[in-house]
Design a protein around this ligand. Structure first.
Ligand code: SAH
Ligand code: SF4
Length: 342
């Protein structure tokens, strides 16, 4: 009973903070899953290189531009290009693609989420016009991280996050909730690490056991815990953007709505061409928040209005990022981020 009251208060407080900082608008991002090839072998993920049951695909540039065009015409002003660490997509090719997107959709922001790269690569991506990058640290526990990411260390991930920040890119990270081996202490540590990294975007979602991975028989993370942690993140990082993630919607039917009611302020409808969608299987039962036609945008809008919110098609930089840009402007030139854009 006491726990329930505490949780209701926590969620209510987080919702108030979200309303106070961001109002009732929910930023809409178009999510384009452009390649499911990956050189990594994370134990939790269906795209891991050892999973031979996935039909691999990679969009070419024309398919990417066509998807972006369609979304841009529908009013979307942020495109998130997410994929595995695909050797066919080195930084140079990504740079050219980002430049081209920005030429064709000049008012749009581009977010990339393509895993770990070299420092110079992130700088080049920033110079090419990449606005944002999402790279979850997944778990703050070094030992668990190495185990679940098949030998890749947490420090590599953290170094990449520092490199991204130094490159002057709006920075997103986060973690999975309820990974096998997670303890309460690790869960608390995940929150603290988000705060210490002073993130501009925090993406969290429940771990969902994928039958095509070595973690097939592990229990999935809990929706209640995901909602509770969303609320805590909103209170700890009031100025960050927090998406209501696909994994939450996939684990439980009202999952995304529950995150929106607990402090989240971003939705990412899928704009991947329909023929590829079933093959981007990070986890099973992925919900469909798809955007092939304008009426789907209308139904998202209607659902948000019913929940007392409204769709916001703006570019949607986080408040923390705007502040960061302001403080960079007031600093001497030689200390500005190297992307030259601010
Ligand atoms: N390759 C990039 C981006 C694609 S994976 C990267 O790893 O950063 C995007 C996110 O999917 C990962 O960060 C991870 O948190 C999430 N994910 C992967 N497998 C999952 C699973 N089984 N359950 C829930 N989320 C998962
Ligand atoms: Fe590759 Fe990302 Fe999946 Fe790891 S989580 S296997 S890096 S797509």
């Amino acid at each position: 009973m006491l726990k329930k009251t505490y949780e209701t208060t926590l969620i209510g407080q987080a919702d108030l903070v979200r309303k106070n900082r961001y109002g009732d608008g929910v930023w809409i991002r178009g999510l384009l899953e452009f390649t499911n090839r990956c050189r990594q072998n994370c134990l939790y993920c269906g795209l891991r290189r050892d999973n031979s049951r996935v039909r691999r695909y990679s969009l070419d540039e024309e398919e990417i531009f066509a998807s972006v065009n369609q979304g841009y015409r529908a009013g979307i002003r942020t495109f998130v290009l997410q994929g595995g660490e695909d050797p066919a997509w080195p930084a140079l090719r990504l740079c050219r693609t980002v430049e081209d997107i920005k030429r064709r959709a000049p008012e749009a922001a581009v977010t990339l989420s393509c895993g770990i790269m070299e420092r110079e690569d992130y700088r080049a991506l920033a110079s090419a016009g990449t606005d944002r990058y999402l790279l979850r640290f997944e778990t703050c526990d070094g030992e668990l991280h190495r185990l679940l990411r098949d030998g890749v260390s947490l420090s590599e991930r953290l170094k990449a996050l520092i490199d991204l920040r130094e490159a002057g890119i709006e920075l997103g990270s986060g973690f999975m909730v309820g990974l096998p081996g997670e303890t309460e202490e690790i869960s608390r540590g995940n929150l603290t690490l988000c705060r210490d990294l002073d993130l501009d975007m925090v993406g969290i979602g429940p771990f969902i056991a994928n039958p095509e991975t070595p973690l097939a028989h592990c229990p999935s993370g809990s929706m209640e815990e995901t909602v509770r942690l969303t609320a805590m993140l909103r209170l700890m990082l009031p100025d960050t953007n927090i998406p209501a993630t696909t994994a939450a919607g996939s684990l439980s039917p009202g999952g995304r709505e529950a995150m929106l009611a607990a402090g989240a302020n971003v939705l990412m409808p899928n704009i991947t061409p329909p023929r590829y969608r079933d093959h981007y299987r990070l986890y099973p039962g992925k919900t469909r928040l798809e955007l092939d036609h304008l009426p789907e945008l209308d139904s998202i809008s209607e659902a948000l209005i019913k929940a007392g919110r409204r769709m916001d098609m703006g570019k949607g930089n986080s408040i923390s990022w705007k502040r960061r840009v302001e403080s960079t402007r007031s600093r001497p030139l030689h200390r500005r981020p190297p992307d030259g854009s601010i």
